[in-house]
Design a protein around this ligand. Structure first.
Ligand code: NAP
Ligand code: F7E
Length: 345
């Protein structure tokens, strides 16, 4: 029997890698996509197969986490074996500018999706994209038993999602899990997150088309891993015998300065010559240090990350340099414009 999965946030970094993984495992994959005036499918264009073809296994559906009725309809239509809720307003700094919108999508959106599971009566397993931002100001190392202290509207919204997921597990017996994922990055990372902002700038400075890079706090510590390894962990959580919550992290912390050292150093440049400070990138309340303890995922799921922050920086710089040279700077491996135009309304 072919398994069916529904991914919200399929057009995002993680959604695109998860779709690849599930298709490779033989799943039929359904993705929720927001209608926009321009196409937002750049990260999944390379997976396109015309849905009229018999071998098509990836299908997109318009919907939004703010539209509960649509979620119920889709859930009943698709009848998925697994649901991955990756959709969110995921930018921490932006959540201070748009706290209400962030609460609506990153927080309330989760209960709308859980209600869609419950009301449609589908028998499915549910993955919730929880975050190391939940720990906020609680010092590292952070594990599944570390107390939470969120420091942003984003983290507060994710805290609600974490607990409502647990509640649906306890109240309704749903196979629902929280993946508490520490920062994970890739060449497909959004350009305004600090790692990608840096590696893109390295490529552009090396090519002579950018001369300065404006950043905020360089002292924060993050535990950066490689996104394709983290989506494997998501899938592993849904294959376990019992639903539970797991931390995914590398266990190694780097400062932004460390990431700058490796990234600029990789192409023979000194970041001190190019990086400038701009206070607009500071957060009203910062998360100083996140370093995860992934022992539980290693022991119970066999999940093992192999790429640490330094290796990641080199992967991302190499990808941004090649993409710039090839003239495909945006999504690296999918230069064509959206082929979905023929397949979507
Ligand atoms: P991302 O690249 O920002 O992708 C977010 C996805 O959510 C996009 O597909 C976006 O669609 C979609 N989305 C946003 N608002 C929506 C709405 N109202 N209705 C439906 N879809 C909506 O995020 P990511 O890095 O892949 O992260 C995936 C998930 O893991 C997020 O929930 C994030 O908060 C969480 N997380 C990420 C990390 C990390 O380090 N990457 C760590 C822990 C947790 P558009 O393409 O149309 O914008
Ligand atoms: O910031 C500092 C900034 O925006 C990392 C999301 O995926 O991971 C991500 O959240 C650090 C912070 O990621 C700039 O102050 C300095 O200390 O790349 P970021 P994040 O806030 O850690 C968690 C786990 C998630 O769940 C989120 O969805 O870098 N920083 N200068 C900067 N950050 C940005 N964005 N831009 C700067 O110019």
């Amino acid at each position: 029997m072919t398994k069916r999965a529904l991914i919200t946030g399929i057009t995002g970094q993680d959604g695109s890698y998860l779709a690849e993984l599930l298709l490779a495992k033989g799943y039929e994959v359904h993705g929720l996509i927001r209608r926009a005036s321009t196409f937002n499918t750049g990260r999944i264009d390379h997976l396109f197969v015309d849905p009229h073809e018999a071998n098509a296994r990836l299908f997109l559906h318009y919907g939004d986490l703010s539209d509960g009725a649509r979620l119920v309809t889709l859930m009943a239509q698709i009848d998925p074996d697994e649901v991955y809720n990756l959709a969110a307003q995921s930018h921490v700094r932006v959540s201070f500018d748009e706290p209400e919108h962030t609460a609506d999508t990153t927080g309330t959106g989760t209960v709308r999706l859980l209600e869609a599971v419950r009301l449609s009566g589908v028998r499915t397993r549910y993955y919730q994209a929880s975050s190391s931002e939940l720990y906020g100001s609680t010092p590292p190392p952070q594990s599944e038993t570390t107390p939470f202290h969120p420091r942003s509207p984003y983290a507060a919204a994710k805290l609600y999602s974490y607990w409502i997921t647990k509640n649906y597990r306890e109240a309704y017996g749903l196979f629902a899990v929280n993946g508490i994922l520490f920062n994970h990055e890739s060449p497909r990372r959004g350009e305004t997150f600090v790692t990608r902002k840096i590696t893109r700038a390295v490529a552009r400075i090396k090519a002579g088309i950018q001369s300065e890079l404006y950043l905020g706090n360089l002292d924060a510590v993050r535990d950066w891993g490689y996104a394709p390894e983290y989506v494997l962990g998501m899938w592993q959580m849904l294959q376990a015998d019992e639903p539970d919550d797991y931390v995914l992290a590398t266990g190694t912390g780097y400062t932004i300065r460390d990431f700058l050292d490796v990234s600029f150093g990789h192409v023979g440049l000194d970041w001190n010559e190019f990086v400038r400070f701009d206070e607009r990138y500071l957060r009203p309340s910062e998360v100083d240090a996140l370093i995860g303890d992934p022992s539980k995922a290693r022991e119970r799921l066999g999940w093992e990350p192999t790429v640490d922050g330094a290796a990641l920086a080199r992967i991302m710089v190499d990808a941004d340099v090649s993409a710039l040279e090839a003239g495909t700077a945006h999504w690296v491996d999918s230069p064509q414009s959206a082929p979905w135009a023929e397949a979507l309304r």
